[in-house]
Design a protein around this ligand. Sequence first.
Ligand code: NAD
Length: 516
Amino acid sequence: MNRLNRLARERLSGLLDGFGLQADITLSNWIDGAACPGEGGTIDLLDPTTGEALVDYRDAGPSLVERAVVAATRAQAEWMALTASERGRRMNAAVHGLEGHEETLAQLECLVAGKPIRDCRGEVGKVREMFEYYAGWCDKQHGEVIPVPTTHLNYVRHVPYGVVGQITPWNAPMFTCAWQLAPAIAAGNGVVLKPSELTPFTSVVIAKLLERGGLPQGLVNIVNGLGPSTGAALTGHDSIAKLVFVGSPQSGRLIAEVGARRLVPSVLELGGKSANIVFADARLGDAVAGAQAAIFAAAGQSCVAGSRLLVQREAFAEVTERLARAAADIEIGLPGDETTRMGPLQNARQYAHVARMIDDAVAAGARIIAGGSRPTGLPDEAQGYFLSPTVLVDVTPDMEITREEVFGPVLVALPFDDEEEAVRLANASRFGLAGAVWTQDPARAHRVAGRLRAGTVWINSYKAISVMSPFGGFGDSGFGRSSGLDGLREYTLPQSVWVETASEASVAMGYGSGVG
Ligand code: NAD
């Protein structure tokens, strides 16, 4: 065990003790208001910074999933027995449970996910924002009155599913946890959430703090473990009425298949290969800074990463050269250092996947103009999953590196000649999560944005997102929406209620006069 690793283990233990959770295999789930041990096999977590053992814990397993579902079912009935205003008040109060713990939550995420501490603080801020936003919706889910062409009063209510199952990935554990918990409970559901097995702790802490702040015991339950064991027990559970999944297209397909077999609907928030289009008339300084942030933030481990840069041919050399220089200037360092802008990749499997994709691209003819190897200047003990920001040119649209999600700090740049070709290249992807257009021509900006097959499009910007605005994919990037009113509606079913208002009811056989 090296010095950095020993410090990380001590720090993790201290942080978890501070939250009343122990950094060992005993307490890694939050079920019905209590931390409890898993019952399955042991899961070893490695430290992203050093690549050495950090902590181990036990997979929850099916019987804990069962306990979590039972608790959520009971708590959901209690939750819906409250008035809508009271549910809103409780959600707002729950946010206060986080107060005073923001920094320790950020430190915990930083240690386990390997993300720069500055980014982790931002993620904690998003947790608060999401709960406050959806708390406001609790007493505003009015339903509608439909002017049906009969003597009936017809109104529509938005009815919660009951207990929903949520599954989240490792790249933004706190963000994705709050992103799905807040609308689910604002809509009146109970929740069982399974975080990634690689980042199990912050979701447990968030659930505990929210409950301490005011949420009913058992309304939010966190089960930790592997996809094929705990994840499958959750998605296959008879009482889970809706599945919400954030993760890779490969796992998303499995979740949707389980949902289809059980006739349970799903929301899938999956990966991307987003196109960032720079026209020669753009303010190139802004476009280069935007392209850099689009791909290298979170070491490229972001679903909306702008991983395909399309640049109009006359500006291609200038943009790629400036970007290569900017990439080399990014401060890579230990995640806990205040100056670090890019930390390691989160795990060994992801590192191997990214390195293999770069090697194969080079073997296929791509040329590295920045990065492509381990950064220099790190402490000797930081033998974890660090990779320099990488830019590749001489790539073709059919190469794997241009088509598939890398989920690492790797950008491919391709030239285009005109608007038609830019749109064709951008849409030549099975994904459709996000995209951007950089130009000073407003008509072209809107024209191109409207032709992109992507759930989110930015004009002269990148990565602006808000809990108020719907987010989701086209194609293999998934279906359903999160955030905003669309995200809330994913957690309810419309119920149409017909009330006869005529003095005498006359129920016709078939499509008679009474039914339009
Ligand atoms: P992953 O698919 O490997 O795992 C995601 C989650 O699914 C984990 O909790 C995992 O344990 C669980 N899982 C895996 N197999 C399962 C099964 N058979 N049954 C139930 N659960 C199962 O994804 P990852 O590597 O953790 O995350 C990276 C991916 O997530 C990338 O593709 C990224 O683009 C995507 N992502 C998408 C969004 C979005 O909003 N669209 C946000 C963040 C990440």
